[in-house]
Ligand binder design. Structure first.
Ligand code: SF4
Length: 283
């Protein structure tokens, strides 16, 4: 099924509800906040995204894979692979036909090597590496009729660290390509979904300090979100408002924005962006 994108001329057709026993990931909730229609196409209608190459996504995937491998080597007490090994691996995985020249392809491979080196210098090698690129989920009883939603998440890395003054704390690490834009959704999902898992490592998950660290690969900047219980509870309150809106949504309106340039449904299953650009009035 390929639902018609709602335009400003027609009343949007009522769509399906988010399933009461459905899974919600940070990506799904962020997608809903940006464009409900895109969320409907991907998660409810399950319209396959056309396969297009994105150098940005490709570099992100390769970097994540090589950093996961590096983290496993740290756990095993093995040394880091050298830059040339990372370069050769990255270069091989970047498909040659997608680049205008060999130098362009090599340049992107060199970016990946730089990103990996920067992350490996950041990581606290004295920490316990609790979780490497492994998903987790937790049920959430929702509404008065006892519906059970599942909140799912996948951290890049979870560390149990000890600060200089001897305090143990949990660090969730997320490697990010793309624009530097933090939010509370991924950090709070992670704390909520992994609390049972963390109970196996710290005496009291309520009092232990937790932080979510965003490592921005392209700019080399670091953002830290406090995930102490009070901060997480405050953010959770706002986030449940987003989930509430998702659960009652029926119309899934298209929300054209600059983000349409990166939407796989643009011009394929959704024409709202093109309509917006050709409309005389300003949106
Ligand atoms: S093209 Fe834009 S408006 Fe249409 S689904 Fe994608 S993000 Fe939403």
């Amino acid at each position: 099924m390929n639902p018609q994108a709602p335009s400003g001329r027609d009343a949007p057709p009522a769509g399906p509800l988010w399933p009461l026993d459905g899974w919600i990931s940070p990506t799904a909730l962020k997608s809903f906040n940006r464009c409900p229609y895109r969320t409907r196409l991907r998660y409810l209608e399950k319209i396959p995204e056309p396969k297009t190459f994105s150098v940005h996504l490709s570099k992100g995937r390769i970097t994540h894979d090589l950093l996961a491998l590096s983290a496993r080597r740290i756990v095993q007490g093995l040394g880091d692979m050298d830059d040339d090994w990372f370069y050769q691996n990255a270069y091989r995985r970047l498909p040659w036909r997608e680049f205008p020249s060999d130098e362009a392809r090599a340049g992107h491979a060199r970016n990946i090597v730089e990103w990996i080196g920067w992350v490996l210098r950041y990581l606290d090698r004295t920490a316990d590496f609790l979780r490497i690129e492994k998903g987790g989920h937790r049920e959430l009883v929702w509404g008065s009729d006892g519906a059970r939603l599942t909140l799912a998440t996948r951290p890049d890395l979870v560390l149990l660290r000890t600060s200089d003054d001897g305090e143990q704390f949990i660090e969730f690490i997320d490697y990010k390509t793309g624009r530097q834009r933090t939010d509370d959704i991924a950090p709070v999902f992670m704390r909520y979904a992994l609390t049972e898992f963390l109970k196996g490592f710290v005496p009291d998950t309520r009092s232990v300090r937790m932080q979510f660290t965003w490592l921005w690969l392209e700019t080399g900047e670091i953002d830290v979100t406090d995930l102490s219980l009070d901060a997480a509870m405050a953010a959770w309150h706002a986030l449940t408002g987003d989930i509430e809106r998702l659960m009652v949504e029926r119309e899934w309106p298209a929300q054209p924005s600059i983000g349409c340039n990166y939407c796989p449904y643009n011009g394929f299953a959704c024409h709202a962006f093109a309509e917006m650009e050709s409309a005389s009035e300003t949106y």
